[in-house]
Design a protein around this ligand. Structure first.
Ligand SMILES: C[S@@+](CC[C@H](N)C(=O)[O-])C[C@H]1O[C@@H](n2cnc3c(N)ncnc32)[C@H](O)[C@@H]1O
Length: 450
């Protein structure tokens, strides 16, 4: 029997009304993995979700919270380890709430995610895609090109905490090195604490948002009031030395400290340049994003006569590459600033066949001028809540293909079921490893009008 110490092997305060009691066995056998990356065990008809445990393991555990139909627990010791267990790379893994699968072999993470999504589609949506295609993957470290760092000044001694939320808590934990951040972002993470340490007060700074384009980045400090000139200058020097432009965000407006950054990336296959501003949504993993756009274009089988509708279009990440082939593309997005950016991007790329509109896609849109145009292919890339309201209004377009980009398998199962009710079949499916080392999973699914 292999015995290894769990990464979560530390005393954990129970949040439950009563702690582990005699009715629980000393050890649990883990039978599967939940979609949020916890081990699943069953005991006397009750399900126990065990954080930090992997399928096929036997573990000691501590019950954290009891519910009527299931309990939540944390693995405190691994008695029999899975062959897929691996040493987490990050020294903060025990405390940080950012990643939850670093102890699981990366290749197995991907196959497990694929299985979990397919299971949700079949269980909740009652459908299964016809073909399961190769997952879209990327290097599993240094992949994040944007992040938000929390900043706190301790009352006790004025020292800084720069980092992410603790596992299972809203409190910040100090992070000095993050292996999933792209190197320039990690350098900012390392550079900020010593700089703040030497400042008298930085209470007015609540967090830093970092985003990285192909050539430079932006470091936006969210502030309650203007920090001292001296501190701003020091922060600006740090940012500049690391290839970032400094911005201050006062809540009601944001401004560049010295000059604006030119943020952007190129979709390599189509040669489209996509510019963005601090605060705009960008896909976090640049490599997965490139491949995702390529696969979307391939699966949509675009031709020069296609009229495409791109819903939840952001800054035009899909719209512009699609416009290099299709006859016309309409992008619809809820945030006015991003609509503006996508129009500028269309102009920059000399793509007059794109048009962009602002709309809340959870509302009745049937009276909108763009809605009445005919579309034969539709792409949807909604937030976690999904796109049921707009999907219910798409039926009349009778589009040949609907390509759904999903960051929430449960919403995809519900929305896919509605498309199947409308006469679509789920043709092609793949998962995308947009967030390696975490339980988050994205998927791409092509629906075809039967
Ligand atoms: C997952 S992002 C995708 C953006 C873009 N397709 C991309 O690849 O970068 C979802 C987008 O939906 C927008 N959004 C969220 N809720 C919306 C709503 N109710 N109506 C319109 N747009 C919305 C967000 O602002 C965001 O840009």
């Amino acid at each position: 029997m292999k015995k290894s110490k769990s990464l979560f092997a530390r005393p954990i305060k129970s949040k439950s009304r009563s702690n582990k009691s005699f009715e629980y066995p000393e050890l649990l056998n883990i039978e599967g993995m939940s979609h949020e990356g916890r081990g699943i065990a069953k005991h006397e008809g009750k399900t126990i979700f065990v954080a930090g445990a992997l399928p096929d393991e036997q573990v000691k555990y501590q019950v954290e919270t009891k519910h009527r139909r299931f309990d939540e627990a944390t693995c405190i010791e691994v008695i029999k380890a899975s062959p897929d267990r691996t040493d987490p790379k990050c020294k903060h893994y025990d405390q940080c709430g950012g990643c939850d699968l670093q102890h699981y072999d990366h290749n197995v993470q991907i196959t497990t995610k694929e299985k979990l999504v397919l299971d949700q589609l079949s269980r909740l949506g009652k459908f299964s895609p016809k073909t399961i295609e190769r997952a879209i993957t990327s290097p599993s470290w240094q992949y994040r090109r944007s992040c938000r760092l929390g900043i706190n000044q301790l009352k006790r001694d004025g020292s800084p905490i720069v980092g992410f939320r603790r596992r299972g808590s809203n409190k910040l934990t100090s992070i000095t090195d993050c292996p999933v951040l792209a190197e320039p972002l990690n350098k900012v993470l390392k550079g900020l604490p010593p700089l703040l340490e030497s400042a008298e007060s930085f209470k007015e700074i609540t967090h830093a948002e970092l985003s990285l384009g192909d050539h430079e980045g932006a470091m936006t400090l969210r502030v309650k009031k203007q920090p001292s000139k001296e501190l701003c200058e020091q922060l600006n020097t740090l940012a500049t030395n690391l290839g970032f432009k400094l911005y201050l965000d006062f809540g009601d407006h944001s401004e560049a400290f010295e000059e604006e950054a030119t943020l952007g990336y190129t979709h390599q296959t189509s040669g489209t340049q996509i510019r963005f501003q601090p605060g705009d949504f960008i896909q976090v993993n640049a490599s997965v994003n490139q491949q995702m756009i390529d696969r979307a274009i391939e699966w949509l089988e675009l031709t020069e006569s296609d009229r495409v509708l791109d819903l939840f279009s952001g800054i035009g990440n899909f719209t512009l590459p699609i416009a290099t082939t299709a006859a016309s593309v309409v992008g619809v997005e809820g945030v006015e600033d991003m609509v503006e950016r996508s129009r500028e991007n269309a102009e920059l790329n000399q793509l007059p066949n794109c048009s962009f509109y602002r709309a809340d896609l959870s509302k009745d849109l049937t009276a909108m001028p763009w809605y009445k145009q005919g579309f034969n292919k539709i792409l949807l890339d909604p937030p976690r809540t999904g796109a049921l309201e707009i999907i219910q209004q798409l039926e009349q377009h009778k589009a040949e293909y609907i390509l759904y980009v999903s960051c929430n398998p449960a919403a995809l199962a519900r929305d896919g079921a509605e498309l199947i009710r409308q006469g679509y079949t789920a043709e092609r499916f793949c998962v995308m490893d947009m967030f390696p080392q975490t339980s988050h999973v994205e998927s791409l699914i092509l629906f075809r009008k039967a």
